[in-house]
Design a protein around this ligand. Structure first.
Ligand SMILES: [Zn+2]
Length: 197
C-alpha cells in the first residue's frame, strides 16, 4: 500500500518536471515567434498610416490657429494652397531663383542665398495623404479641398519650377527605358523608310 502510494507520487513528480520543462520550452519558443511577427508587421504601410495621421493632425492644428478661425467644412482649395505656402518656411530644398548663377544646376559648387522650400515630391505625397485622410474622417469626396483643381495646378507649377531651378527631372525614367530600348532594337531608324530596289 505504501509502496504503491510512493510510486504514484514519484511518477507524478517526474511528470510535473517534464510538463514544466516542456511548458517553458513552448513559451520561450512562442514568445520568440511573437517577436518576429511584430517586427515583420512594422511595414511601410503602417509607416504610411502613421505619417497620414501626423499630417492630418498638423493640418487640424493649422486650422485651429488660423486667423480668422477656419473650420474643416469651410476649407477650400485656396486654403490648402495657403497651407502649402506656409509649410515652405520649414523646407530644406534649395530652389534657385532665375538670377542665381546656379539656376538649373543640380549640384552647385558653392552656397547661395536662394530660399529653401518644400520639395515638390514631399508636397505631392503630403496632399495625397491628406486627401485620403479627409475622406476617412467623414469628408465628402466631391467637397475634398485637397483634390481641388487649384491644388493640382499649383503642384504641377511647383514641379515645373523646381525641375528647372534645380536641374532635376521628375519624369519617371524607368517606365520610358524599355520602350526606348525596344525602339532602338526593333524600330526602323528615322528616314530609312525606302524599300530596297
Ligand atoms: Zn541659388
Amino acid at each position: 500500500m505504501d509502496s504503491f502510494h510512493q510510486d504514484i507520487q514519484s511518477s507524478s513528480n517526474s511528470m510535473k518536471i517534464l510538463t514544466n520543462s516542456t511548458l517553458s520550452m513552448m513559451t520561450s519558443s512562442s514568445s520568440s515567434t511573437a517577436t518576429t511577427t511584430t517586427t515583420t508587421t512594422t511595414t511601410s504601410s503602417s509607416r504610411y498610416e502613421n505619417q497620414k495621421r501626423r499630417d492630418w493632425n498638423t493640418f487640424g492644428q493649422y486650422l485651429k490657429n488660423h486667423r480668422p478661425p477656419l473650420s474643416l467644412s469651410r476649407c477650400s482649395g485656396a486654403h490648402v494652397l495657403e497651407f502649402l505656402r506656409y509649410l515652405d518656411q520649414f523646407g530644406k530644398t534649395k530652389v534657385h531663383t532665375t538670377i542665381c548663377p546656379f539656376y538649373g544646376h543640380p549640384n552647385p559648387p558653392a552656397p547661395c542665398p536662394c530660399p529653401l522650400k518644400q520639395a515638390w515630391g514631399s508636397l505631392d505625397a503630403l496632399i495625397g495623404r491628406l486627401r485620403a485622410a479627409y475622406e476617412e474622417n467623414g469628408g465628402q469626396p466631391e467637397a475634398n479641398p485637397f483634390g481641388a483643381r487649384a491644388v493640382r495646378l499649383y503642384l504641377r507649377e511647383v514641379r515645373d519650377l523646381q525641375s528647372k531651378a534645380r536641374g532635376v527631372s521628375y519624369e519617371k525614367k524607368k517606365r520610358k527605358r524599355p520602350q526606348e530600348l525596344q525602339q532602338q532594337l526593333f524600330g526602323a531608324p528615322p528616314g530609312d523608310t525606302r524599300m530596297p530596289p
